[in-house]
Design a protein around this ligand. Structure first.
Ligand code: SAM
Length: 327
């Protein structure tokens, strides 16, 4: 077979022929054969939803405590959170919003759709959804010029595209980066994962809430603590693997949660604080219970272990809750 190189053409395409990270990521996860159209998230990574039904219990308490009787789960996976909620509260109206088709066997009382509802009165929750919203990646080149990064979806090889400020680059990228993830003074290779798409996605959701609470739960960072070289990562089969937007694996990046919150007028809190307020406690049962009622003791032990996982420092407890209340 004749190779491109033997014809005197470059084997590596010129930088601009590669898609931007945002475009490659979009098609890898949500294209016709995209990762999330085929794959169950639970087969590839563990979230608070899978860690314990106490996560669902806390959200049920949040909804009922605010007098709400509807829960909408955005990026509902295979309906695991809603299934837990149904067991806990048979009277709640439940709706899953998900690009994947309705899971077979999902309780018939749980509604399922691929599009956001026009308007909502209730609790809207999106657990680890925003980190999967594709975004542009910008990197400082050797002359400290911030440029949009492009990527070969099959190899992961990257190349520098146009600089911020170029007429072909949306001006919102520069504005956002200047405000939320400034790169000046950084060393070559310093990166920003531009949060414009996440901000817009969440603003779209919150704008549909007529009365109720909107909660985005995710891993993320604040302006004073951005990771200097970004956070792009891929998971497959429960393991961290090389990041690649080829559709064979998840692609994720932490969320600039302060920017999302500013866009929608939300407060930002750590998961451990919110869950404690909602009654998730990692308290160990009294040892005397072990002899009095061994089954109850074991049940409480397991429940304490689950609560500890949901609220752990360095783990799920560090997740951010971006909370907007509309009355
Ligand atoms: C990381 S998974 C989280 C699943 C679940 N919320 C959990 O906590 O286990 C993100 C999910 O969001 C879904 N998703 C991404 N963008 C979406 C969109 N625009 N509309 C509906 N679902 C979307 C994906 O298909 C995927 O199932």
């Amino acid at each position: 077979m004749t190779s491109l190189t033997s014809l005197g053409m470059p084997a590596v395409p010129p930088p601009t022929s590669r898609p931007t990270w945002k475009a490659a990521w979009d098609s890898a996860l949500y294209g016709a054969e995209g990762f999330f159209r085929r794959e169950s998230p639970a087969a590839h990574f563990r979230t608070s939803v899978h860690a314990s039904p106490q996560f669902a219990q806390a959200l049920v308490r949040m909804a009922r405590g605010a007098g709400l009787d509807t829960v909408v789960d955005i990026g509902a996976g295979r309906g695991e959170l809603l299934t837990s909620m149904r067991r806990l509260d048979p009277a709640l109206a439940l709706l899953g919003v998900e690009v994947a088709a309705r899971p077979p066997g999902l309780d018939r009382s749980i509604a399922w759709t691929t599009g956001l509802p026009t308007s909502v009165e209730g609790l809207v929750v999106a657990n680890v959804w925003l980190d999967n919203i594709p975004c542009h990646v910008v990197e400082l080149d050797d002359d400290a010029v911030p440029r949009v990064v492009h990527v070969d979806p099959d190899t992961g090889e990257e190349s520098a595209g146009q600089p911020l400020g170029h007429p072909s680059v949306p001006s919102s990228l520069r504005r956002w980066t200047d405000q939320w993830w400034p790169l000046e003074g950084g060393e070559p290779g310093a990166r920003a994962e531009v949060g414009t798409t996440r901000d817009a996605a969440w603003a779209d959701v919150v704008g549909r809430v007529q009365r109720g609470i909107a909660v985005a739960v995710d891993y993320g960072h604040l302006r004073e603590d951005r990771p200097p070289f970004g956070t792009l990562a891929s998971y497959r089969g429960g393991r961290l693997v090389d990041v690649l937007p080829d559709g064979s694996r998840d692609v994720t990046a932490h969320v600039a949660v302060d920017s999302v919150a500013a866009r929608v007028g939300a407060v930002v809190r750590r998961q451990r604080e919110v869950l404690h307020e909602l009654g998730v406690e990692a308290a160990m049962p009294a040892t005397v219970l072990a002899s009095e009622d061994p089954a109850a003791y074991l049940g409480r032990l397991s429940s304490a272990a689950e609560a500890a996982e949901l609220t752990a420092a360095g783990g799920l407890g560090d997740f951010w809750w971006v909370v907007t209340t509309r009355s």
